[in-house]
Design a protein around this ligand. Sequence first.
Ligand code: NDP
Length: 591
Amino acid sequence: MAALRQRYRLERERRVRPDGARQYLGTDAEFGYYAADPYAGEVPDREPLTDIVDVAVIGGGFGGLLTGARMRQQGVERVRIVEKGGDFGGTWYWNRYPGIHCDIESHVYLPMLDETGYVPEWKYSPGEEIRRHAVRIAERFDLYSEALFSTAVTSLTWDGASETWIVATDRGDAFRATYVVTATGTLSEPKLPGIPGIEDFEGHTFHTSRWDYAYTGGTPDGGMTGLSHKRVGVVGTGATGIQVIPMLAEDAEHVYVFQRTPSTVDVRANRRTSPGDVGADHDGWARERRDNYLRVVSGETFEEDLVADQWTASAGLLEKLLPSFRRQGDRAEFETAYETADAVKMNELRTRVEQSVADPETAEKLKPWYRYACKRPTFSDKYYPAFNRDNVTLVDTADTHGIERVTAHGVVVGDTTYELDCLIFATGFSVGTSGVHSGKLPVHGRDGIQLLHAWARRGPRTLHGFTSNGFPNLIQMGSLQNASSVNFTHILDEQAVHAAALVAAAEAKGALVEPSPEGEDAWIAVLAEDAPDHEWFHAECTPGYYNAEGRGRPNGPIAYPHGAYAFHELLRRWRAESMSEILQPRNAAQS
Ligand code: NDP
């Protein structure tokens, strides 16, 4: 165990970069090309809007769609979703790269299966099936009629006189909304590595979240005939890279995989499923399955694991590895009680590499040397076998902290220049740089106070993560002071139900939704009590977006410490017993 610890430490040290999170470039300004929408076609001109709606929802991914749907169920008429992309779908609109699949089971990931009557056909759905399901929800709940696509909200301003929000956009709109729900997602802005010379590359280049099928040919199912005579480089071996690389291997003349940190790549075992396989034979089956999944992955007691996949199998391990409210856990306790379980899992994954990759040198480079919970686990049965092909070369860049330089014709690692026709970045997304919490979308509340200024001194202040004093009728979605779980659509759906209930209650009473400062204080105290200390665990992890690129996690309560399952129960109780405490009298005349 001491030797393993030493190996993990060395591997971490060799990867930590002094520039940490600053090593990345955003895809705005001169790199805006990488974020442009390749799917929207020509965006038609339209007149700016100055009308008034009941609810404006910012973001047309599952968060926004579910909000729209739940509002409709509460009888709200004018719901306007504003979305940057050319259609609904959010991450599934943007990410259409070859091989894209959800690695959470479809029958719990796809929301509103009970309401739409749809039963997914695969255990893990292809991206296009999920995107079409997003469209299905929008159609079912009539969310297209008011939607604004290819439109970005640029500011939100509370108008105290009319008690409405003014929603300004980059298309010149300045419409009003009685309520605003922000559903802007977390991993939505593609990022690039700040490699010197990146702007000099003269071949073709794009980010995986903006796949250029006009260049590659083919579809998410493959058939990229445009690459048959092309040397393609891929930077990044995270959850995206491991799905894309086997597809490129099939179609490109040669693929160079530039790896810095290997992912853990566990068994995928995707398969077709019938409604009978997933118990889709009675009303409410999807809700039951989803609740069961959340119980299992949240460490709650359960009788049967309905989904029974690698996530649920590793949930027990993750529960032990990461400090939680059940086990505050310090380093000594971890080493005596749980380190062996972690080593067993990681050894199993390293053995999987040896058994799948023929060349021992390549296999050695593909082995992950860190603790299981340090990076997001990935799942594939095609990734390792791709390295047995003659047209795939693994280039390990850990010793040089990643690629050193990009030139007009290729990529430099150590003494070698790899000549490329096409360079694809599977380098992920900026965390926390979009939406109302990033400052890019200024929110001016009562008396013109900006949300981030209001939080500057004492940090974020909310009730349940949704609402903040001074910002009436503004409902924020996301994990901040709320909840998180691997099946994020479930979290979003519970948030949408809550948002719609708040609006319905305010409408019924003719009131505003706004917590008191005391209500916020009480919630922050609940979050602080039992907040686990993740710092020591993450500080020892190999760098990545889980630990702010090696700096450990920011201190302070981030999400409800007792887990998502308990949080949802708390919200249900609060709605039944205490919701009136958040309803404030209106001043303006009712319209
Ligand atoms: P990640 O941030 O997980 O991965 C980025 C990759 O780029 C890493 O391998 C990183 O290496 C590498 N990289 C960055 N800079 C350099 C450099 N200078 N040289 C070499 N390599 C570099 O992005 P992904 O798009 O893979 O995934 C992001 C998230 O999206 C996932 O964590 C997951 O939450 C979600 N996702 C979900 C899927 C699903 O099925 N549900 C599928 C795909 C994504 P290093 O590790 O060393 O930093």
